[in-house]
Design a protein around this ligand. Structure first.
Ligand code: MRU
Length: 363
């Protein structure tokens, strides 16, 4: 095990032949695993955000499809289950990518052998995600060393792009864990990430477990921190990156990129190549998920006894608008960091990466 030494976000229980995931809706107050068995339980886990983060959504969907194939390997069921899983969340492109990978693996396989092949594919995608995130961490660490070889480093991140959003390591947090392990002093500014608070609930939780110093700040504090010289670089993940280098990520990412750019602070997006949507010409073509008004109007947490509570923030009768993602134009992104290394966030950079992907394996 890697960054966190003992946990991962999703595991295959071979004895019980079932997938287990950490229920992220209960963090940071309670660490509980839940078993995913039926197609409905997989769809619920993704749409209700028991699992979240683009890479983890993809791997979960792959296991969900493999499970559906095990119950009924027919083409009709494969197509039905794929559609149901694909409809769970619209923005993370890894979802469709992982479903396509499992479907392609079984396409020319006779029905009796499909279950075994589909499960093997899902397990392979999981293993590859771990390896790719570790490579992203190494490439990101090289960038951090270029900024300040021996630290101390103050890094700002948004949402959760740690191991909870992948299987192990994470994307944006992978270099942080690698730097910490290498003895480089590192401190992370964790923006709370309203309205779902993935920064407060998830990122701070996993950094604390790993012993990485971190401080939670309101989303609104980030501009001032960037202006005052308190941040050496911003590291974020991505849910879908367009072929021109535009980066779609959790709502609020764009504002950080603007403030970083205005103050000369490097802004990196770290993502596995599976997060690049080669068919998507630019950020305007990316579907942005709109989530429930209640996420803005209320907040959930734990009371002093540890009991989960939901509290109303707004007065009665208010409406809210809740886009879950935004697009950061490529021009504001210093570089994209994938398992293949760093590339310019531009059509040229991504064309180069595409050529590299088709001619080589990750380095
Ligand atoms: O809505 P979420 O929690 O699924 O959004 C997750 C993010 O925006 C992450 O930053 C992104 O998926 C990158 S994760 C490695």
């Amino acid at each position: 095990m890697s960054a966190n030494q003992e946990l991962c976000s999703l595991r295959w229980n071979a004895e019980r032949q079932v997938v287990e995931v950490i229920d992220q809706t209960l963090l940071p107050h309670s660490l509980q695993w839940c078993e995913l068995e039926s197609l409905a339980s997989y769809c619920h886990a993704i749409s209700a955000m028991q699992v979240r983060g683009a890479p983890l959504i993809g791997i979960t969907a792959a296991f969900g499809l493999a499970g559906a194939i095990a119950r009924d390997p027919s083409d009709e069921n494969l197509s039905r289950a794929s559609k149901a899983l694909l409809a769970t969340r619209p923005t993370a492109v890894n979802l469709g990518w992982a479903l396509a990978a499992v479907a392609a693996a079984v396409r020319d396989i006779e029905p009796g052998a499909r279950a075994r092949v589909a499960l093997a594919k899902a397990r392979q995608l999981r293993a590859e995600d771990i390896a790719n995130c570790s490579r992203i961490g190494e490439h990101g660490l090289a960038l951090l060393r270029g900024l300040k070889p021996d630290g101390p480093l103050n890094i700002m991140t948004h949402c959760n792009a740690g191991w909870l959003a992948t299987i192990e390591w994470g994307t944006a947090l992978a270099p942080v864990y690698k730097a910490h392990a290498a003895g480089i002093p590192v401190h992370v500014w964790v923006s709370e990430t309203r309205p779902r608070n993935q920064g407060t609930y998830l990122t701070a939780w996993e950094l604390q477990r790993a012993g990485v110093p971190c401080t939670i700040v309101t989303d609104n504090a980030c501009g001032q921190l960037l202006r005052s010289g308190a941040v050496d670089c911003v590291l974020v993940g991505s849910d879908r990156t367009a072929a021109n280098g535009d980066v779609c990520n959790k709502i609020g990412t764009y504002l950080k990129a603007l403030a970083a750019g205005a103050n000369g602070v490097p802004f990196y997006a770290l993502l596995p190549a599976s997060t690049i949507d080669w068919e998507c010409a630019g950020g305007d073509d990316i579907p942005i998920e709109n989530r429930a008004e209640s996420e803005v109007l209320a907040v959930s947490g734990a009371d002093e006894t540890g009991q989960r509570r939901e509290l109303m923030l707004a007065g009665s009768g208010h409406r809210a608008h809740n886009p879950a993602f935004d697009v950061t134009p490529a021009a504001l992104v210093t570089a994209l960091v994938t398992e293949y290394g760093s590339v310019a966030a531009s059509s040229v950079g991504l064309e180069r990466l595409r050529a590299q992907i088709s001619s080589s394996s990750p380095m």
